[in-house]
Design a protein around this ligand. Structure first.
Ligand code: ZN
Length: 294
């Protein structure tokens, strides 16, 4: 199924669990005027991607669309009607996608979201450290503020349109979504993918084009030398625990470009790269953006 030039006639297409999507060919620009009150707003919202918890979707809205929402969250689209949206780890079994015209006509469909079996480990010890000390929080608050400010920075990067590449090859030492339950009390789940290439110092690369919105000047208490790259459309990557970074804030990076070096700074049990992906507030599974490891 491909994007055609006649968006209003584009068929409804769904590709389930497609981990290595092909880039849709660039569609013709949407040049038709917005429909008037008398004209019908019609056509289909084209969607493809990994429609599962922690997954994502890309698609295209028909001409005349003024607003798009997914599960109530506003979704941006470009001048050609193309959009990206993420599906949170804990998303419900169905999400409604709705396009609205300026004249308030709407088109909707319900997208089925496949449920994941997360790696859950039940342990018979109490959850510790739930109340951080004031000394820790005095350091932590400005770090959290810096992360929040960085994630609010939006760039015009088109990295969201690309098929992602592995930032580094190595053993998968931690999976997205895994969680421990301490005597019935759930701890927070693992928010990223851990890759351990063996030892420190190996370079890692940008999995897609982007703009550096945060490059730590000194190690953060948990994340170490934190790097955040914005891929556009509300999608961003965070890379934790680097021994050092190869880029600075504001840099434009290309897919495959070295952006840092593996390390164990911050709270890390050994040298590895923790890579997390977020779209707006949704946490996504990096494995669903990648082809099998080469
Ligand atoms: Zn991790």
């Amino acid at each position: 199924m491909r994007f055609g030039s006649g968006a209003a006639l584009a068929p409804i297409a769904l590709l389930l669990g497609c981990a290595a999507p092909t880039l849709p060919p660039a569609p013709a620009p949407v040049s038709s005027p917005l429909p008037s009150a008398e004209e019908a707003y019609s056509g289909a919202i084209f969607v493809e991607g990994a429609l599962e918890q922690g997954g994502w979707l890309r698609g295209r809205v028909p001409p005349g669309t003024a607003r798009l929402t997914l599960g109530g969250a506003r979704v941006a689209f470009d001048s050609e009607g193309r959009f990206f949206a993420g599906i949170d780890r804990d998303a419900p079994a169905s999400l409604r996608i709705t396009g609205s015209a300026a004249n308030r006509q709407t088109i909707s469909r319900d997208l089925l979201v496949a449920r994941r079996e997360w790696q859950i480990e039940r342990v018979d010890v109490p959850l510790r450290g739930s109340v951080p000390s004031e000394t820790f929080m005095a350091i932590r608050r400005p770090e959290l503020a810096a992360i929040e400010a960085a994630r609010a920075r939006r760039s015009d990067s088109a990295g969201w349109l690309q098929t992602f590449v592995w930032p580094v090859k190595g053993r998968i030492s931690g999976r997205f979504g895994s969680q421990r339950i301490y005597q019935g009390v759930p701890g927070s789940y693992h928010s990223g993918l851990d890759i351990a290439p063996g030892g420190s110092g190996a370079p890692f690369v940008a999995p897609a084009d982007g703009v550096v919105v945060l490059a730590a000047q000194k190690p953060f208490s948990l994340e170490g030398n934190l790097l955040i790259v914005d891929h556009g459309m509300g999608l961003n990557s965070a890379f934790l625990h680097s021994s050092r970074l190869a880029v600075k804030q504001g840099d434009r990076v290309r897919q495959g470009q070295t952006i840092g070096y593996i390390g164990a700074t911050g709270r890390a049990s050994g040298p590895h790269l923790h890579w997390s992906l977020k779209w707006q507030d949704a946490r996504l599974d990096p494995l669903l953006f990648l082809p099998p490891m080469p």
